[in-house]
Design a protein around this ligand. Structure first.
Ligand code: CP
Length: 303
């Protein structure tokens, strides 16, 4: 039995196979419409979500399976003090596979140790968000044609942003990637990531102004300043609108640059940018369904 806790749980070769499967699902949905007949997915979300939970549910339903779960810790027995370990033992009696989001780093891993079914980390605190990373990689591979040889700017909250951390960790395995980290001083990429890049000899730079680097980018990965990760509301208010991507800034970018965002957005991408053909974040959300369908099939050994 196999879980997914980090995007690094799959080798680049296994990821290629997963993305091939996702693209096949995209092009031939009818072929997979009954692939999970009789199977049940449990979505155990201790933290809010729109995309991750609903795309998992959509993925399982599109594969012919069914879905159970909770979308809020308060409506589960966690509110009575039940541990994640006990909860997953119970869920293992009811479902064939579980996607779990939790505000505590490592909680899905603890669940995986006690689980009788595959557990997918659907986001744990500020740590990892592996299925968002699979979504991001599939989007880049599908729209850019490959997963190497580009300069990617990651902009916004690089301190707490688990989607950024997961994506950086995954991209370092591909050739000729150059990172440009764009953040205010207070939200810089954590030292452990910078140390990892130095150790691997991977090119990176850190800047504060987005405008200064726009012309260099092949991909711009925008992130939200996350209110829920701040201890101090004053700091959040001071930093929340530090970056706003608008049409003027898009005018500085390459004609084939793509803008990605894990979403939800607040103000960091002006809605006027949505009409720009380089805005790929809604297409990215669609790829999230295909890759989660491919992941469910793979972990259930039905692919
Ligand atoms: N991208 C993402 O994780 O969105 P949700 O928080 O809505 O699931």
């Amino acid at each position: 039995m196999r879980h997914l806790m980090s995007p690094l749980d799959f080798t680049p070769e296994e990821l290629d196979k997963l993305f091939d499967l996702a693209n096949d699902i995209e092009n031939n949905p009818a072929k997979y419409a009954h692939a999970c007949d009789g199977k049940i997915l449990a979505t155990c979300f201790y933290e809010p979500s729109t995309r991750t939970r609903l795309s998992f549910e959509s993925a399982m339903i599109r594969l012919g399976g069914r879905v159970i779960g909770f979308s809020d810790a308060a409506s589960s027995s966690a509110s009575k003090g039940e541990s994640v370990s006990d909860t997953i033992r119970i869920i293992s009696c009811y479902a064939d596979i579980c996607a779990m989001r939790h505000p505590k780093e490592g909680a899905p891993m603890v669940a995986g140790e006690k689980s009788g079914i595959p557990v997918i980390n659907a986001g744990d605190g500020g740590h990892q968000h592996p299925t968002q990373t699979l979504t991001d990689l599939l989007t880049i591979r599908s729209l850019k044609g490959s997963l190497g040889g580009f300069t990617i700017g990651l902009c916004g909250d690089l301190k707490f942003g688990r989607t950024a951390h997961s994506l950086i960790n995954a991209l370092v395995r591909y050739d000729n990637i150059r990172f440009i980290f764009i953040s205010p001083e207070e939200l810089r990429c954590p030292d452990y990531i910078i140390e990892m890049l130095k150790k691997k000899g991977i090119s990176y730079s850190e800047v504060i102004r987005l405008e200064d680097v726009m012309p260099e980018l092949d991909l711009l990965y925008m992130t939200r300043v996350q209110k829920e990760r701040f201890f101090n509301e004053e700091d959040y208010i001071r930093l929340k609108d530090f970056y706003i991507l608008d049409t003027a800034k898009m005018g500085l970018a390459k004609e084939d640059m793509l803008v990605l965002h894990p979403l939800p957005r607040v103000n960091e991408i002006s809605v006027e940018v949505d009409a720009d053909p380089r805005a790929a974040y809604f297409r990215q959300a669609q790829y999230g369904v295909y890759v989660r369908m491919a992941l469910i099939l793979t972990l259930l050994e039905l692919a």
